[in-house]
Design a protein around this ligand. Structure first.
Ligand code: ZN
Ligand code: ZN
Length: 273
């Protein structure tokens, strides 16, 4: 069975370190045979949470690099062009305009920061209570995003938990702690024909705490009738290309999933696992 990677970055992301071709070749070495670039397009500036009206200004550069990569890469790896569209709920009109870009095969919908706040990665965590309040707001924003038609798959549900833990506070985003809100998000996605991803970046070393979302959320999604699920490394450099994907596939198989999803021209296709 071949691996698929529907969450991977290149130098078209501010935090990417390698070109699309370098990332594609490194992924191929790890057994990936279908991948989709999902470079960042965040509606807000990540350090401040201020709106960025011009967040897709690298569209032409991205398309050019993508075309050159497809032309140069070996034929045994299929390469698609997507986007990781951040904070679509902060400006739904802008997000929908970007999502309508005809060249895109796939769009991840992410929340990296709350309205007017910096990325969770750049946040100072002042104790458990403050962290809890941020997570409450994060869950409410996920519900908001799940109702907006500007993406295909919701990315890394539970994203803040990793950075809050690194920041020294305790918080858990699971069906035990946020069951009702998670159920609302997942139901909204299923009703609207959208999916979730299993984000495998937590399998890198040093260990970052397993998959996002956690296995219990992946199980709940399946129980609610969810079928659309993509697998992503979220790699930003060649060293991380393909890392964690096999573990992600194993978790899905253990939970009883029979297929993973890939997208072409925004249409889901199911690949047996
Ligand atoms: Zn992300
Ligand atoms: Zn990403």
């Amino acid at each position: 069975m071949h691996l698929t990677d529907y969450h991977i970055h290149s130098t078209c992301s501010d935090d990417g370190h390698n070109t699309m071709l370098e990332m594609a070749l490194a992924s191929r070495e790890k057994g990936v045979r279908q991948l989709c670039f999902t470079d960042h397009c965040d509606i807000d500036f990540f350090m401040t949470g201020e709106p960025n009206q011009d967040c897709f200004s690298n569209r032409c550069e991205m398309l050019k690099m993508y075309r050159e990569t497809v032309a140069a890469a070996p034929d045994d790896i299929k390469i698609f062009l997507g986007l990781e569209l951040g904070e679509g709920n902060h400006n739904p009109e802008q997000a929908k305009r970007i999502a309508d870009s005809e060249e895109l095969d796939f769009i991840l919908g992410s929340i990296h920061n709350l309205k007017g706040k910096p990325d969770f990665y750049n946040t100072k965590y002042r104790g458990d209570e403050y962290s809890q309040s941020l997570v409450e707001n994060y869950m409410d924003e996920l519900i908001e995003l799940s109702e907006i038609d500007c993406f295909d798959v919701m990315a890394h549900i539970g994203y803040p938990s990793r950075y809050i833990r690194i920041g020294g506070a305790r918080v858990e985003i699971s069906t035990r702690t946020y069951g009702e809100k998670l159920k609302a998000v997942l139901k909204n996605l299923i009703e609207r024909g959208k999916g979730i991803e299993i984000n495998c970046s937590g399998f890198r070393t040093p260990p970052g705490g397993g998959p996002l979302p956690t296995s219990d959320v992946l199980r709940l999604y399946k129980e609610l009738g969810g079928e659309i699920i993509t697998v992503g490394s979220d790699a930003h450099r060649v060293d991380n290309a393909g890392i964690g994907l096999a573990e992600g596939f194993d978790i899905l198989r253990d939970l009883g999933y029979k297929y993973v999803t890939v997208f072409e021209k925004r249409k889901p296709k199911f690949v047996k696992i």
